[in-house]
Design a protein around this ligand. Structure first.
Ligand code: ATP
Ligand code: MG
Length: 250
């Protein structure tokens, strides 16, 4: 990895790029994943590279959905595995959710490499290598999933998901929690709850909320009942727009 000085103003962003490039070298990330990250970076720049109040509210509601779920599953792709494997395992442990590898560009080799990375961070029973079910309405390899995982899940966390799959999961009647920096994407708009935040900030925030709300059912109930997905997405867009406008006067 290229050595980036900690004092660099863009340290976090540059370190993430290094992680993705390293993931590409290891065969975890695909080149298309780098482009998808670039799209995310652009929206994060608009957001001010911070976790907004709206994202925190969405995260609390999402944590409640996870705590209420009977069969929660976390879907993991190459970028997520390269950026925050340890945090994914923490979320799985805190919430009791299973982890399933779900890839847009699926090969057995890539699934097994991602599974290995997750296991190195303590994950157990990672699903996805031997898919035995299909998501209806999706063609090709992208439909493949596990009967014991995503197929029979009631709540699915879909960080950096593709719009087709996000829409198909919603059509299956599942509750979905998207983590997506683009509030305009099909994924963001078809999810039950969308956390408009960068995934490496969003997952630890979700872990914290699961841990806190586990012991506070009243606060958990309130977080979910007060949450309005449409309004929350509108606020995320308003945040970006206000940030952009503030540059006009500088
Ligand atoms: P959709 O398929 O939902 O219509 P899209 O085709 O524009 O959206 P994809 O390339 O399918 O987007 O998925 C990548 C999405 O993930 C983008 O919306 C991007 O903003 C988001 N994204 C990329 N990197 C990150 C990240 N590190 N954290 C959060 N979101 C990210
Ligand atoms: Mg897409």
């Amino acid at each position: 990895m290229t050595d980036i000085p900690k004092s660099h103003p863009r340290f976090t962003s540059l370190t993430q790029r290094e992680k993705l490039v390293e993931g590409l070298r290891q065969g975890i990330v695909v080149p298309q994943g780098l482009i998808a990250h670039g799209r995310g970076e652009m929206f994060d720049y608009l957001l001010g590279e911070r976790t907004t109040k709206e994202a925190r509210a969405a995260s609390r509601a999402a944590a409640t959905l996870f705590l209420k779920a009977k069969r929660p599953v976390i879907s993991v792709n190459g970028n997520v595995a390269a950026l925050c494997p340890g945090e994914i395992v923490e979320l799985s442990e805190a919430s009791g959710a299973k982890i399933e590898v779900g890839l847009f560009h699926r090969t057995d080799d890539r699934v097994s490499k991602i599974q290995k990375v997750l296991e190195e961070h303590g994950a157990k029973g990672v699903l996805g290598f031997l898919p035995d079910a299909r998501i209806p309405g999706i063609e090709s390899m992208r439909a493949l999933c596990s009967k014991d995982g995503i197929y029979s899940a009631d709540v699915v966390l879909i960080p950096l998901e593709d719009g087709d799959r996000a829409e198909a999961l919603a059509k299956m009647g599942k509750k979905t929690v998207a983590i997506d920096l683009n509030p305009m994407s099909r994924t963001a708009r078809s999810a039950t709850i969308t956390i408009v935040d960068e995934v490496t900030r969003a997952i630890p925030e979700l872990v914290r909320n699961v841990e806190v709300l586990k012991d506070d059912p009243r606060a958990a109930k309130r977080a979910l009942s007060q949450f309005d997905q449409k309004k929350n997405l509108a606020k995320a867009m308003a945040s970006m727009s206000a940030n952009l406008k503030s540059f006009l006067d500088r």
